[in-house]
Write a protein that binds this ligand. Structure first.
Ligand code: DC
Length: 223
């Protein structure tokens, strides 16, 4: 088995992260959380006070060194050596990440870094555009979907577990807004790759989803 790439795509809250981690662990592959990279840049753009200034962000991204370390179920993210892991999953970052990830200069740099990371092979890459732009030749492409109500419930539960008190309607609104920006943007819009396997996770348990994915992966590659 050499240099296999599995790419998992889909809208926010469709279960991508949970399943990508499980698949990577089962296969002994490296988990590549591309969303963590967009989140880290968004956090820094907010901190630098340039989040609404595309020109400034486009300059800022050049020359940054973004690295990921997946440990004990968590993707740790570092930019120029500074760890940002604890700051990238806040409502503030969630509110701005779609705008930052719609910027062509940001996508160009991060896609370049992700393709570099993918060169080692045996990875499970997760995120919008991993099946279409980052790894169009991935051995297996999976596109997860779920209803907006189910996705909002999942995100709300995650916030509650982290002690973030937020109304579920606000979570739903945020998801709708992100879906619209992510699907409507000019470059790398959220779309299902033609040869991706689509799985609707709305009414499945995590274990059921995992089994479906593993079955499909087995059909595509020799495990
Ligand atoms: O998967 P996530 O929720 O951590 O992603 C955060 C945001 O980053 C989401 O709004 C879409 C964007 N993103 C992207 O545009 N391309 C990727 N490959 C991964 C994430």
């Amino acid at each position: 088995m050499s240099k296999i790439i599995i790419a998992i795509d889909g809208p926010a809250g469709s279960g991508k992260s949970t399943l990508a981690k499980m698949v990577a662990e089962r296969l002994g592959f490296t988990y590549l959380d591309t969303g963590a990279m967009y989140r880290a840049i968004t956090y820094l753009a907010i901190r630098e006070g340039i989040v609404d200034d595309e020109e400034a962000v486009s300059k800022f991204i050049l020359g940054l060194d973004v690295t990921l370390k997946y440990e004990n179920g968590v993707t740790r993210v570092f930019v120029n050596g500074e760890e940002l892991t604890d700051y990238i999953r806040t409502p503030e970052v969630n509110g701005k990440v779609s705008e930052i990830s719609a910027m062509p200069a940001v996508r160009k740099e991060l896609v370049r870094m992700q393709q570099q990371m993918g060169k080692v092979g045996n990875i499970v890459a997760e995120g919008r555009d991993t099946t279409t732009v980052v790894f169009p030749d991935a051995n297996v492409k999976i596109y997860l979907i779920a209803s907006v109500d189910v996705r909002a419930e999942r995100r709300h539960k995650e916030y509650m577990e982290k002690g973030v008190d937020i109304d579920i309607e606000e979570v739903k609104e945020n998801l709708r807004k992100r879906d619209a920006i992510d699907s409507g943007r000019e470059i790398s819009p959220l779309t299902r790759a033609e040869n991706a396997i689509e799985v609707d996770t709305s009414s499945l348990s995590v274990d059921e989803e995992f089994e479906i994915l593993i079955e499909n992966i087995k059909k595509k590659i020799n495990l």
